[in-house]
Design a protein around this ligand. Structure first.
Ligand SMILES: [Ca+2]
Ligand SMILES: [Ca+2]
Length: 236
C-alpha cells in the first residue's frame, strides 16, 4: 500500500501497471514463465512440453480456471473448487508411471492431498502414450482432475510480489481476453484487454545516498591523511 500511495495522479479511464497474465505463457504453450503451467509433483513445468487441450481450453473463464482436468482423453482448465473424480499416479521400480482413477468427488487440492498420502501425487502426463494409459483407467464422459495447475498473474519486471489490489469485480476475464491490468482513480485494479490504448505508469528504482556529518573534538592533526584514513575506517 506504500507503493499505491506513491501513485498520486488519478486516471479516470485507467492507467496500465506492470501486472499481467501473459497469454503466451499459458494459452498457447505449457511454457516456462512464472504464470505458466506447473505439475503438482515438481511444482514447475517440464522441458517436454507435451499438451493435449480440448480447444478452446485453456480459456481461464471468469479468471477462475487454474486447475486441469481430463475428459475423454483431452485436457481442460477448470475452477479448482469444483468437486470431481481425480487420478493419482505412482512410479514403478522400472520408472513407469502407473495411474489410478479415484472414484470420489473432491476439489483439486483435496484430491492432491489424497494422492500425496496414498500414491506419489495427482497424475503427471509427459507424452501421448502416458495420456492414453491414463485415459484407459477413466470411464468415458467422466471429468477427472490431473496434476496440472498454474499460478496466474505475474509482474512485467519478473519481480515476485504477491500483493494485489483488485476492485470488487476483478479479475473477471470478461470476453476471455483480459490479461493486462489497469488501475482506476481509486488505485484499484481491473483486468482489461491488453490491446486498448491507455496512459501507463513506469517505475524505476532510485539509489538513495546517505550523508553522515561528524563533529569530533580531538588533539590529533586531522589534516594528516594517515589519521584521516584511520578515522574513516572507524566510521565505516
Ligand atoms: Ca475451461
Ligand atoms: Ca475485467
Amino acid at each position: 500500500m506504500d507503493d499505491i500511495n506513491r501513485l498520486q495522479t488519478p486516471f479516470h479511464l485507467g492507467a496500465w501497471i506492470g501486472l499481467w497474465d501473459d497469454p503466451n505463457s499459458w494459452k498457447y504453450g505449457i511454457g516456462s514463465n512464472s504464470n505458466s503451467w506447473r505439475w503438482s509433483t515438481i511444482g514447475e513445468t517440464t522441458q517436454i512440453n507435451y499438451q493435449i487441450w480440448n480447444t478452446p481450453n485453456p480459456e481461464y473463464q471468469s479468471s477462475r480456471e487454474t486447475c486441469v482436468g481430463i475428459w475423454n482423453g483431452k485436457w481442460y482448465d477448470a475452477n479448482c473448487d469444483l468437486a470431481r473424480n481425480f487420478a493419482c499416479y505412482s512410479v514403478t521400480q522400472q520408472n513407469v508411471k502407473q495411474y489410478v482413477f479415484i472414484q470420489t468427488l473432491r476439489t483439486w487440492s483435496s484430491g492432491q492431498a489424497y494422492c500425496r498420502t496414498h500414491y506419489t501425487d495427482l497424475a503427471k502426463v509427459d507424452n501421448k502414450a502416458e495420456n492414453s494409459e491414463l485415459t484407459k483407467t477413466i470411464p468415458a464422459w467422466v471429468e477427472t482432475w490431473i496434476g496440472l495447475y498454474r499460478v496466474p498473474w505475474s509482474w512485467s519486471d519478473n519481480s515476485r510480489s504477491l500483493f494485489k489490489n483488485w476492485d470488487s469485480s476483478s479479475p473477471n476475464n470478461a470476453n476471455g481476453n483480459q490479461h493486462c491490468v489497469a488501475e482506476n482513480a481509486l488505485h484499484q485494479w481491473n483486468d482489461e484487454n491488453c490491446n486498448v490504448n491507455k496512459v501507463f505508469i513506469c517505475h524505476q528504482v532510485v539509489k538513495m545516498t546517505t550523508t553522515v556529518r561528524l563533529t569530533t573534538v580531538t588533539d590529533v592533526e586531522l589534516t594528516d591523511p594517515a589519521i584521516n584514513a584511520q578515522v574513516f575506517q572507524q566510521v565505516q
